[in-house]
Design a protein around this ligand. Structure first.
Ligand code: BG6
Length: 533
């Protein structure tokens, strides 16, 4: 594709290399470039999805020569690509690196960049297309965009495109997100802005659309008539590590909810879009966010839970409390855990709570979406030893152990009527293997193809912050008095359990977790062996 139109999943993804282009990375010396962007570009190159006419221009404050930059990137790719680096692919790649050292606020840098781009266009035949990737701290987003505009680098025409990729965090509350959009839109067209949320780069997240809309059997039951409630869990074993400086200003709510968790919720709850065109998908996602009932201050106190981890034990290892982590205040009030109940006020979901929880230093790493269905009438089992029927549960395992699992009741063999919960299971690795991936491959490829479907539109970002803002306000006005309130290695504070208990529900247990499957398979084998003997 060589125009600046935005494409859609259906038109563009034919497995062809991306458009000829120069990719300019602001923040080329940083962690994101090293761990994600370079390895992802290499994986794309190996999959023949990088065009022949391609160049990478790294920019950062570090004083590298072009050769030193290339060598550093080579080292990073070898370390993080998740695959053995192939000599042929690397040699096709190695001649495409350029480097500029400079301060992002210095207008002189952008003049040098213009000259370098002109040189690159000649040497690598990149046809004037440019992808500016802002892998920088968020305070540089507006100035970099403004400076690019000032030297004419954001100007596109019918034959060339200019796109700007913005990393998260996109604002730190509603007013700052609105302001950031305003500043960017003064110098760029909305269609030139690619707001990244790395959750949308995950295959399992993209698969929610395929699962829902490429199968006829789920959509008829995907609503308030059959679904009792939905749970979204993003639990991490890791603590804040060395990111205390950033995390102290963000906290779990800002860090995870208006972005990653809302992607999961909108893809799960949205109406079928009229096509896979980016606008059509974004329209439906945005409608979900707009339909979420904003929490009044009273309901924030009642329906939103915050927590901070204390020391504890994870995988047999003692880990420190959040307040003892580097760059964290010893009396920090920053939440490392949040849970809440949200209601999507539309015809499909009215009355179906969406519970979400996310936390650091939890018992185990798991990101999943649990759709819990309504219980069937008990009537048939009244005169049997069965005392209750477990509701069916569909678990979409985003990570780790990517897959989907349906839990249902089955008759336990024997003369007495007994029921046991069993799982019907799909594991990605069983069917599709696990190609090397950093999660950024699809996103980078889509930027080159001009497909913004997996990126966030301005109004989506603002709609997300609108939901979160009342919680930020109440929590700011009423600082927590019980922090730390959960032990590392637990499943979070007791109030999060109460949130569900008082509505007669509970957080999904590990029924569809891999270890549970192994345990139930072993139990089944044991039963089979004892039946034979
Ligand atoms: C990032 C957050 O956006 O997502 C981190 O800033 C968090 O705090 C991370 O750890 C989680 O991503 P993933 O892909 O490991 O689930």
């Amino acid at each position: 594709m060589s125009s600046n139109d935005s494409g859609g999943l259906t038109q563009e993804k034919l497995g062809l290399p991306g458009d000829p282009c120069a990719m300019v990375i602001f923040g080329a010396g940083g962690d994101l470039t090293k761990r994600k962007l370079m390895p992802a570009l290499y994986n794309l190159a190996q999959g023949k999805l990088i065009p022949e006419q391609f160049a990478i221009i790294g920019i950062s404050i570090e004083q590298y020569t072009r050769d030193q930059f290339r060598d550093q990137m080579s080292q990073d790719i070898r370390e993080y690509a998740g695959t053995k680096v192939d000599a042929a692919t690397w040699s096709s790649f190695a001649g495409r690196f350029y480097y500029l050292s400079g301060d992002f606020n210095d207008p002189g840098l952008y003049k040098r960049l213009s000259e370098t781009l002109a040189q690159v266009e000649k040497e690598q035949r990149t046809e004037g297309n440019c992808l500016f990737y802002l892998a920088t701290s968020p305070n540089f987003f507006p100035p970099v965009a403004q400076q690019l505009n000032a030297v004419g680098l954001t100007k596109q025409d019918d034959h060339t495109w200019r796109r700007v990729v913005i990393e998260k965090p996109f604002g730190h509350d509603l007013p700052s997100a609105v302001d950031l959009n305003r500043q960017l839109l003064q110098v760029l067209d909305e269609k030139q802005i690619y707001r990244i949320d790395h959750y949308l780069g995950k295959e399992t997240v993209q698969n929610i659309l395929a699962f829902r809309f490429a199968n006829g059997i789920f959509e008829p039951i995907w609503n308030r008539r059959y679904v009792d409630h939905v749970q979204v869990t993003v639990a991490e074993e890791l603590g804040v590590e060395l990111r205390g400086g950033y995390y102290e200003t963000a906290g779990a709510l800002r860090d995870m909810v208006p972005n990653h968790i809302f992607q999961l919720i909108t893809l799960t709850a949205m109406e079928p879009p009229i096509s896979f065109d980016a606008e059509a998908v974004h329209d439906e996602q945005t409608k979900v966010l707009r339909a979420i009932q904003p929490l009044s201050p009273e309901r924030v106190l009642d329906q939103a839970v915050r927590g901070q981890y204390d020391s504890g034990v994870i995988n047999g290892k003692h880990v420190p409390a959040y307040r003892a982590e580097p760059h964290v205040a010893p009396d920090s009030k920053t939440p490392t855990y949040v849970a809440m109940a949200l209601h999507i006020d539309n015809w499909r979901w009215a009355g179906v709570p969406f519970y979400l929880r996310t936390g650091k230093r939890m018992s185990r790493r798991v990101t999943n979406i649990v759709i819990r269905f309504r219980r069937p009438p008990f009537v048939l089992f009244r005169k049997t030893p069965v005392d209750r029927i477990m509701p069916n549960e569909l678990v979409i395992n985003i990570q780790p152990d990517e897959g989907i699992c349906l839990r249902f009741e089955a008759k336990v063999p024997g003369p007495v009527v007994r029921l046991g919960a069993v799982n019907m299971d799909f594991q990605y690795s069983d069917y599709f293997g696990t190609p090397p991936s950093t999660g950024y491959e699809t996103l980078l490829y889509d930027c080159m193809m001009g497909d913004p479907t997996l990126f966030q539109r301005a109004d989506m970002v603002e709609a997300g912050w609108t939901v979160v803002q009342p919680i930020l306000d109440v929590w700011k006005a009423l600082p927590p008095r019980d922090f730390p309130n959960y032990a590392s290695g637990s499943w979070g504070p007791a109030q999060a359990d109460e949130l569900l208990h008082r509505e007669g529900r509970e957080w999904a247990g590990p029924s569809c977790f891999p270890t549970a499957r192994i345990a139930s398979a072993t139990a089944a084998e044991e039963r089979a062996t004892s039946a034979k003997s």
